[in-house]
Design a protein around this ligand. Structure first.
Ligand code: BGC
Length: 790
């Protein structure tokens, strides 16, 4: 069971606990209590091994192809967390003997993982154990572990094996060559391995410090080496009440690290410098190193984002903190050549690949809260233009066709070709997304537009943004298919966000977003013509813009955009959806696990039902109402309401991305109860009580959705065609909400209750915003009464 109320006093609503040890559902806490810092992610497997454990250590950007016929993925690095413990020769395991008061916790405030319990061995030896662990936010290469064991009853002999185990794989797939191992001065272990295809070197160093009753014990351990494994065996006698403390410090470095980007790289320099770093860490010790990391969390995360929810249900506050915690540890803020993985760095699911999840579901948090990081993530997409152009050429198009799944920026498309079992044919289903789920190019353009509108970062646009927007517009212009009879352009044979509908024509989301992409390119081209001829000239030479501009103009105007139906204003999700059979989906709507519909039907059958996997047409309203298309009648408030009423009951939210969008829209249309219940479900995707939801890793986009649901939904913050707009609607049981966002380089703090909104511009710059048709300007502090505003 997961508990949310164990934090007391200054830790109130900061602690997520697992009560009791459950060997069958280890994946849950391993993933939701994952540690990391964006450079690396360490899944929180227990020290002692269990059958159903998954040990993962990923370093962002180290992609490799295990076999020629496989797609590239983040390799699971050698493990340093396993410690094999024996008490008087009996192996320590919670599956034997008796355990008492078992509790495992992640402290979101300090990012430290702890595990405490008492254990009586089968032979009756009683001991207390405490394990602590952190991945430093201060030194991105550092993992700290600490084990404290106390003998409570008898004199005991405790021995343990601890070292580096490179017998790891990604579900069996092996990414590394054997590698080199060495033990320096009987103290520091070093492992050097190289990925078999991408040739990324990984250097891991680890060392131990042992204390008994506070005094360091200097005793040579037994040194061991086996295939892909190197470890030390320690052995100590403990009298009753003796306390043994073992600190294990590890550093992880790779040849992908940014400092080697342009410099001459030598493996031995990396070996030596990483060793030196570990030696320096060893002098400081766990506690001091942890304090530095904790301080970084305080300054860089909690003080910077300043998020507070006072709710009658404290789960809401902890969910927000959980979201900010994971958003921090999943994001490679240190390197603009890297993206965010769909399962973050907390599991093997989706192979460490980045999807549209980043741009539409995670990036908004960074755009509004930490624009520097948002810029880095968009720069990753800029670097991806090479792969996107390659994909366009391979598919017979022009411009930039972004991959559905992305890894190293230049890799291009990396979506696997085969997926789960087809319950009818018994074969693996073909994954079509890499071929025909194409909306991602427009999603990335939307993200650039949102970033620029919120930050005003013209330099980014000149260097990267315009190029992305122009080249994706050119992709769409070449992608459109002319229908001579109708005298308009169509987009046939795609998958929209609703992946339960494959090979559809004119998916409304795709067509409107392609239209938006081309219209935006036209606007920016015209803007540059007036304002920056130098940038325009450079881009024109590179991308043949004069010709492209004419094409965008011609084609955008003639792109078929499905209209709201006359009888009920519903926009057809695609050209057949509204004619498909309607089935009773209540069984699947109430499911405890997602995608249970696959137990009854195969993809071909689901293709014939009016069942939607996730927010599709509805997402259009949420996105386009933020843009210069906001006044288009086809996406008006009335049409939005009609479409929400039609599609929400048909949407299974079988992708965790979906809930937050529907929650925000439910808020917009005034269905507050539904908005809150969808928000809550979105918080529960990982943090809730279902014990198997996160086995493959946490759901990064759903976690971004928690922040979005609170800020865009309940606080009603929204970009509207270049303006900041606010429509607050706090849930009934929320007393207040406080957070800081960045608007045009100004940090602005909002404090909201059901009756008042206060806005504080932190640096006394000028910030303008709109609320219910009235414009406000603020350069210090303003308080607005909300009663009767609507
Ligand atoms: C969803 C996609 C999403 C992917 C990765 C799929 O199940 O349908 O929209 O991008 O998961 O999270």
């Amino acid at each position: 069971m997961i508990s949310y109320s164990d934090g007391k006093e200054d830790l109130e609503n900061w602690i997520v606990s697992e009560l009791g040890f459950h060997p069958d559902t280890l994946g849950k806490s391993e993933a939701i209590m994952c540690l990391g810092n964006g450079y690396m992610g360490l899944r929180s497997a227990t020290e002692e091994p269990y059958m159903k454990e998954t040990r993962n250590l990923f370093v962002n950007g180290t992609f490799n192809k295990a076999q020629v016929n496989e797609v590239t993925e983040l390799p699971n690095l050698a493990d340093v967390t396993k410690i094999d413990i024996r008490i008087d020769g009996e192996r320590f395991s919670l599956e034997f003997g008796e355990k008492k008061d078992y509790i495992r916790q992640i402290n979101l405030k300090t990012a430290e993982l702890t595990r405490i319990f008492e254990w009586t061995s089968p032979k009756g030896k009683k001991l207390s154990f405490e394990f602590k662990r952190f991945v430093s936010l201060h030194n991105l290469h550092l993992i700290g572990m600490k084990m404290t064991v106390k003998s409570l009853s008898d004199p005991v002999q405790i021995s343990f094996d601890s070292g580096i185990n490179a017998q790891m794989s990604n579900s069996g797939a092996q990414h590394f060559l054997e590698g080199d191992r060495r033990i320096v001065d009987k103290k520091i272990i070093q492992l050097v391995q190289t990925t078999n295809e991408s040739k990324v070197d990984v250097v891991i160093n680890t060392t131990h410090k042992i204390m008994i009753n506070g005094e360091e014990i200097v005793k040579d351990p037994e040194m061991n080496m086996a295939r892909r494994k190197v470890w030390l065996t320690y052995d100590f006698s403990l009298q009753p009440n003796d306390i043994l403390e073992m600190e294990k410090l590890t550093t992880v470095y790779t040849s992908r690290d940014k400092e080697y980007k342009n410099s001459d790289y030598q493996i031995h320099t990396l070996q030596e410098s990483s060793l030196k770093d570990l030696q320096d860490c060893l002098e400081k010790g766990y506690d001091l190193l942890f304090q530095s990391s904790k301080k970084e969390w305080k300054n860089k995360v909690w003080n910077a984002y300043n998020f507070e929810i006072k709710s009658e249900d404290s789960f809401d506050q902890i969910a927000l903190r959980f979201s900010l915690y994971h958003l921090t540890i999943m994001t490679p803020a240190h390197d603009e050549r890297m993206g965010i993985a769909a399962k973050a760095l907390s599991g093997e699911g989706y192979k460490g690949h980045s999807f549209w999840d980043t741009e539409l579901f995670i990036l908004p948090f960074f755009i509004f809260s930490n624009p520097e990081v948002a810029k880095s993530l968009l720069t990753y997409r800029y670097h991806g233009l090479e792969g996107a152009r390659k994909k366009a050429v391979e598919n017979g198009y022009l411009g930039a066709m972004f991959p559905w799944e992305a890894a190293w920026p230049t890799d291009g498309e990396v979506t696997p070709k085969l997926g789960d079992i087809d319950i009818i044919t018994g074969e693996q289903t073909k994954i079509w997304s890499g071929f025909i789920e194409q909306h991602i190019s427009a999603d990335i353009t939307f993200a650039v537009y949102q970033y620029y509108s919120v930050t005003g970062d013209i330099e980014f646009m000149d260097d990267y943004g315009y190029e992305i927007i122009f080249d994706t517009a050119s992709f769409w212009a070449s992608r459109l298919e002319w229908n001579d009879e109708k005298q308009e352009f169509h987009i046939n044979n795609v998958i929209g966000p609703d992946e339960y509908k494959e090979h559809v024509n004119d998916n409304a989301f795709t067509n409107y977003m392609a239209y938006f992409n081309m219209k935006l390119a036209i606007r920016y081209y015209e803007k540059l013509k007036k304002e920056n001829s130098v940038v325009l000239k450079n881009l024109t030479e590179q991308l043949n813009l004069d010709e492209s501009y004419k094409l965008w103009q011609l084609k955008a105007e003639k792109t078929f955009l499905p209209m709201p139906r006359e009888k009920d204003l519903v926009i057809p999700q695609d050209d057949t959806y509204l004619q498909l059979k309607e089935i009773d989906i209540s069984k699947y709507k109430n499911q405890e696990k997602v995608r249970t519909i696959y137990r009854d039907f195969n993809p071909a059958q689901i293709n014939t039902f009016q069942v939607t996997k996730q927010a599709d047409t509805l997402l259009l309203f949420y996105l386009l109402q933020q843009t210069f298309l906001q006044d288009d009648n086809r996406i008006s408030e009335t049409v939005k309401q009609a479409n929400f009423n039609y599609y929400e009951p048909k949407t299974l939210h079988d992708s965790s991305l979906s809930l937050a969008t529907h929650s925000i829209l439910a808020n917009d249309i005034g269905d507050m109860d539904l908005a809150y219940s969808l928000f809550k479900k979105s918080c529960e995707v990982d943090l809730g009580q279902m014990m198997n939801t996160s086995d493959d890793g946490i759901h990064a986009a759903a976690i971004g959705g928690i922040w979005k649901g609170a800020v865009f939904g309940f606080a009603g913050i929204r970009l509207r065609d270049g303006l900041l707009s606010i429509r607050p609607k706090l849930p009934k049981h929320w007393h207040h909400m406080k957070f800081t966002i960045h608007w045009r380089a100004q940090p602005v703090t909002f404090f909201l209750t059901s009756s008042t909104l206060s806005v504080k511009v932190e640096n006394k710059g000028k910030v303008a915003f709109e609320m219910y048709g009235k414009t406000y300007e603020c350069n210090d502090f303003i308080e607005i009464k909300l009663d009767s505003m609507e």
